[in-house]
Ligand binder design. Sequence first.
Ligand code: NAD
Length: 476
Amino acid sequence: MKHYQHFINGQQTSPSNGEQIEVVDPSSGEVFASIARGNASDVQIAIVAAQNAFEGSWRKFTAAERGRLLQALGRAILAHQDELATLEMRDCGKPWKQANNDVIACARYFEFYGGAAPVFHGETIPYADGYSVLTWREPYGVTGHIIPWNYPMQIYGRSVAAALAVGNCSVVKPAEDACLSLLRITELAHELGFPAGVVNIVTGYGKEAGAALVQSPGTQHISFTGSAATGAWVSAAAAQRHCPVTMELGGKGPNVVFADADWERALPSLVNAIIQNAGQTCSAGSRVLVEKSLYPELVKALSQRFSALVAAAGQADRDLGPVIRASQQARIQEYLGLAPELIAAQGSIDASAPKGGFYIKPTLLKDVPITHRLAQEEIFGPVLCVSAFADENEAVKLANGTEFGLVAGVWTRDVGRAMRMAKAVQAGQVYVNNYGAAGGIELPFGGYKASGHGREKGFEGLYGFSQLKTVSIAHH
Ligand code: NAD
């Protein structure tokens, strides 16, 4: 069994308390490795390493040189695709195809932000005669990145690559359930020539290592991706020392299907939007809202699809894998127990799936009232709620009827309606006649309402990891 360490200042580093946390394979429930249980002193050591790199070696790199290194890391990630996908499949229970998609997406973030680094710049402002005014986009210094377990590689890619591109140095705290691929990628970065300390990983629990990263005066920016409840705690703690935060939180994404839509074309997207990653996606399409006249036909078609879905071990590469851990499995079962009478269809668990794995039958719930907990709360499992609406007004009301506002889909052939809906829906991303659960490296992403604030992904992501300085020069 392998015992993983932190990765600090360019090397494997043992936890100062000598403690490890067991790593469980969600497909089988078996312990197969352990990670270091980081505490505040480990976090402090990593922050000092990042500060030294920021004030020393990393500062000497031009934007073009930083960009070249980031792109090289993108290529190295692809060159190690098999190894990284295998780690991710084992660590998170992801089906093989999804694990590979995550590796490719992570590589794309490093390529994208590597290319963007030298073209990200300030402006000159026409102010008054005898003055030149310009703006600089400067790094914060040490950025802290707190990452959840559902898409470790993608979220590491989108936030760390953007932070490094603008010249920050980073300390990353991955989720305790999903660290292995990130430790390997960070090691690869240093093998390629990233100076020691530019990116560091401290593994461990949120309340220990994560909280220390948020509270330390040594981090000048925190990017948090996780649940709304933890996000509120992180925001409050960071506010005590006026540390800026980006909050990428949960969602309850609606797919709104009008009767005029090409719904047969929509069908695979509606299913995939919730089945991908076993429903453990912040931007999952976890609700389908259907115009009344189409409702019976669409529920029938969705039921047929759901009945045919199969959950199996990651290696079997079926429709979906297990969920991340036993407590998550129990939580989803509890939600399903709230209203068994609403179950319209359920898929199956493959006979070959190991008995100790954390599997959930993909489940379709129909006629779910908007006020029901099932329609309001993020279940974070392969559970789709379907409800009917009478007209466009009611569609908007239902789509906006939760505390969340991350991603929404609108399906219609009427361009005017599509534009009205896109305007009326409160969400950071609106897809018309498509749906991008966790998609789009180039597309700015982030929440309205309780889904968070700040934006990552795309060129926009660079703004969040930099601060603007205005310089006014008088020459009269
Ligand atoms: P979580 O909030 O429990 O944990 C997220 C991370 O925060 C983990 O690394 C955890 O160790 C750490 N953490 C926990 N307590 C902490 C504390 N007190 N201080 C600092 N860090 C702490 O969330 P989760 O269960 O790991 O992830 C699922 C949630 O993440 C869902 O709500 C999902 O929607 C959300 N999510 C959002 C996005 C997005 O981009 N908007 C992407 C993926 C997941």
